[in-house]
Ligand binder design. Structure first.
Ligand SMILES: Cc1cc2nc3c(=O)[nH]c(=O)nc-3n(C[C@H](O)[C@H](O)[C@H](O)COP(=O)(O)OP(=O)(O)OC[C@H]3O[C@@H](n4cnc5c(N)ncnc54)[C@H](O)[C@@H]3O)c2cc1C
Length: 433
């Protein structure tokens, strides 16, 4: 049965849980809370999945994951399968596999090292030699030394998936409000007990912050420091092209995913622009290792963004917030980078030699200093659960993050242990006792 569209409903004055942000993290949390019978209101300043969650490449992979996130990702992959079976349309969810191609022995060794460590988690990953890799790619000239391959990994169409999940959440009883920016938290006796949106207050027993790149701004306005920054990443889709294989393929210069429309979504891992803002200076030390490691593929710039919406701002509940100023963050793609990425894709995957870019876009990705998500609570804000900081791989992880946050806010048994992804990990341990 087709579910109803997301409602731009009337804002209630109280509920069980309020969720700030309608990306995959927030929508997943809404879905699981509604399934648990908990009254839930999700507030989205723009439209559902208008930012990162509809702009990503669509990879849902356990392969290559940081070990700290692997248990959550394994659960998330299970949740994806269940969601894909339950939503009202084909969201392009396919267990087609994922493959990291290695052009030399050093890259292959890096993949082999990951596999060695990840084996204990029960991943279904193999190391392929040059011949097996050529066969998988349907290439006879053997461009690659080998590959890391996980046949059970999946992908989906981001532009369809989260919207469909939102309809499912609405169908199960959650209230999803678009055009509803949350300006501030409400605290009583030190505890978060609701929020104030541009349309007025909502009291709640618990609040989940799933605001993507905006989570830091909201916390800073509440007087809480959170080391989260944003980078701009560009991508493109091609015209229809021949099918290479069902798997996604990642090589350093071009990563590709077959789309439901017969084209490919293409991008370059790690290549991104980093606009310096006041928070970059404040958290500079924490991010220095990433900047050093990616120096050759990160474009740093100091410009008008310094004073832009992600810059330093303070507001009260009765004042217009930066969230209302930018309903949907829609950054410009980098044409030079995308030309180079398309050229690399044609060279690496000869089947794409005749295909052309049909559309380009960009998204702002929220990044934490260790590139792991942040799910959990902060001592200054009891009653609030964070579900953010997914550092460029939260489409796959989103359902797991949403489930974990839903369990935390409703004090249920947790899906996986969460210490290594707690937002508290960035706090300096106190010296002495
Ligand atoms: C080009 C690109 C490629 C990527 N590729 C992949 C991939 O292949 N696989 C993968 O796993 N991940 C990928 N990612 C990352 C992935 O898209 C994100 O990690 C994930 O979508 C983050 O989801 P989210 O719900 O945390 O944030 P978002 O999707 O950004 O959603 C946050 C929402 O909160 C809303 N919001 C914020 N503040 C407020 C407020 N105060 N009031 C109301 N609403 C608010 C925003 O408007 C936004 O809609 C990619 C990202 C990009 C940009």
């Amino acid at each position: 049965m087709p579910h109803q569209n997301n409602q731009v409903g009337k804002q209630p004055t109280s509920t069980g849980v309020v969720i700030i942000g309608g990306g995959i993290a927030g929508v997943s949390a809404a879905l699981f809370l509604a399934e648990a019978g908990i009254a839930t209101v999700l507030c989205e300043k723009g439209r559902i999945a208008g930012e990162q969650s509809s702009r990503n490449w669509g990879w849902i992979r356990t392969q290559g994951r940081a070990l700290e996130e692997l248990p959550l990702m394994i659960e998330s992959a299970r949740l994806w399968e269940r969601i894909a079976a339950e939503v009202d349309e084909d969201i392009g969810f396919r267990k087609g596999g994922s493959t990291y191609l290695a052009s030399n022995e050093a890259e292959l060794t890096k993949h082999a090292n990951w596999l060695e460590q990840a084996k204990g988690y029960g991943v279904n990953t193999q190391l392929l030699d040059a011949q097996q890799t050529s066969k998988l790619l349907d290439q006879d000239n053997g461009n690659f030394t080998g590959a890391l391959h996980t046949s059970s990994d999946a992908y989906a169409e981001p532009a369809l998936a989260v919207q469909a999940m939102a309809r499912l959440a609405t169908h199960k009883g959650a209230t999803l409000l678009e055009g509803t920016a949350v300006r501030t938290l409400v605290r009583e006796a030190g505890r978060v007990c609701g929020i104030v949106t541009e349309h007025g207050p909502i009291r709640a027993d618990g609040v989940i912050l799933a605001g993507g790149i905006w989570s830091r701004s909201l916390l800073e306005n509440e007087g809480v420091s959170f080391p989260q920054l944003a980078i701009r990443s560009s991508a493109l889709r091609t015209t229809t092209a021949p099918l290479i294989a069902t798997s996604t393929f990642g090589a350093p210069d071009a990563a590709i995913r077959r789309r439901l429309d017969g084209g490919y979504t293409i991008g370059r891992t790690g290549a991104a622009s980093f606009d310096i803002i006041p928070a970059s200076l404040r958290h500079f030390g924490a991010f220095l290792p990433i900047v050093k490691e990616r120096w050759n593929i990160l474009k740093l710039s100091l410009g008008p963004s310094f004073f832009g919406p992600l810059g330093y701002h303070r507001w009260n509940a009765d004042q217009i917030s930066p969230f209302e100023g930018v309903r949907t963050m829609d950054p410009k793609p980098d044409p030079k980078l995308l030309d180079a990425v398309m050229k690399s894709a044609r060279e690496l995957y000869p089947q794409l030699s005749q295909s052309r870019p049909a559309q380009t876009w960009a998204g702002m990705i929220d990044v934490m200093p260790d590139e792991l998500c942040s799910v959990g609570t902060l001592p200054e804000l009891p009653g609030l659960v964070m579900a953010t900081g997914m550092s460029g791989h939260g489409f796959g992880l989103g359902p797991g993050v949403g489930m974990l946050a839903a369990q935390m806010v409703s004090a249920k048994t947790q899906l996986v242990p969460s210490d290594s992804i707690s937002p508290m990990r960035f706090r300096q341990p106190k010296m002495g006792k």
